[in-house]
Ligand binder design. Structure first.
Ligand code: FES
Ligand code: FES
Length: 164
C-alpha cells in the first residue's frame, strides 16, 4: 500500500510516457530498474563513482544513481534499452560486439549511453574526445582500447550510413 510520501512520477523513457510510484528520495536508477523493470542500467557503486548507471537525460549523460526520479519529470530519458530499433542493435552495440568492447559487460550499458550521447553531438570525435566522454565510466576488464576502437567504428559506420 502507498505510504503518504509516495507519489506518482511521470517520465518519458525511450520515447514512451510512463509512470511509477516513487518516494521523494527514489533515485532515477531505482525508478528505472525497480519501478519500470528496465534493468539494463546497472547498479554498481550506487554513489556516483563508476558510471554503470549512466542514462541520457535531455541529451546529457547522467548518473542515475545520484539523480532523483522526481527531478526528471517531463524530461527525455534514454536508457540502453532504447538504443535498438525495430529489433536491430544500434551501430554502437554492433561495434562493441565486433571490436570486443565488452568483456564481462557490467560497465557496457553505461559506456554505451555515454558514447551514444557523444555521437549525438559529434559525428567524428577524436580519440581524446572519446576518452573524455567516457572518463566517468569505469571498466575493469578491457583496458579501454577496444572500447575506444568500438566507438570509432560505430562513428564511422554512422557517418557512412548518413552519406558523409
Ligand atoms: S552505480 Fe551510479 S555511478 Fe556507480
Ligand atoms: S567489460 Fe567488464 S567492467 Fe567493463
Amino acid at each position: 500500500m502507498s505510504t503518504p510520501s509516495t507519489m506518482v512520477c511521470r517520465l518519458r523513457v525511450n520515447g514512451d510516457a510512463v509512470a511509477c510510484a516513487v518516494s521523494p528520495g527514489t533515485t532515477l536508477l531505482e525508478a528505472l530498474r525497480y519501478g519500470l523493470g528496465l534493468t539494463g542500467s546497472k547498479q554498481g557503486c550506487d554513489k556516483g563513482d563508476c558510471g554503470a548507471c549512466t542514462v541520457v537525460v535531455d541529451g546529457e549523460p547522467v548518473l542515475s544513481c545520484i539523480t532523483l526520479a522526481a527531478a526528471c519529470e517531463g524530461r527525455e530519458i534514454v536508457t540502453v534499452e532504447g538504443l535498438a530499433r525495430d529489433g536491430s542493435p544500434h551501430a554502437l552495440q554492433d561495434a562493441f560486439d565486433l571490436a570486443g568492447g565488452a568483456q564481462c559487460g557490467f560497465c557496457t550499458p553505461g559506456v554505451l549511453m555515454s558514447a551514444w550521447a557523444l555521437l549525438q553531438r559529434e559525428a567524428s570525435p577524436g580519440r581524446e574526445a572519446i576518452a573524455l566522454a567516457l572518463s566517468g565510466n569505469l571498466c575493469r576488464c578491457t583496458g579501454y582500447t577496444r572500447i575506444f576502437e568500438a566507438v570509432e567504428l560505430a562513428a564511422a559506420r554512422l557517418r557512412e550510413a548518413r552519406g558523409r
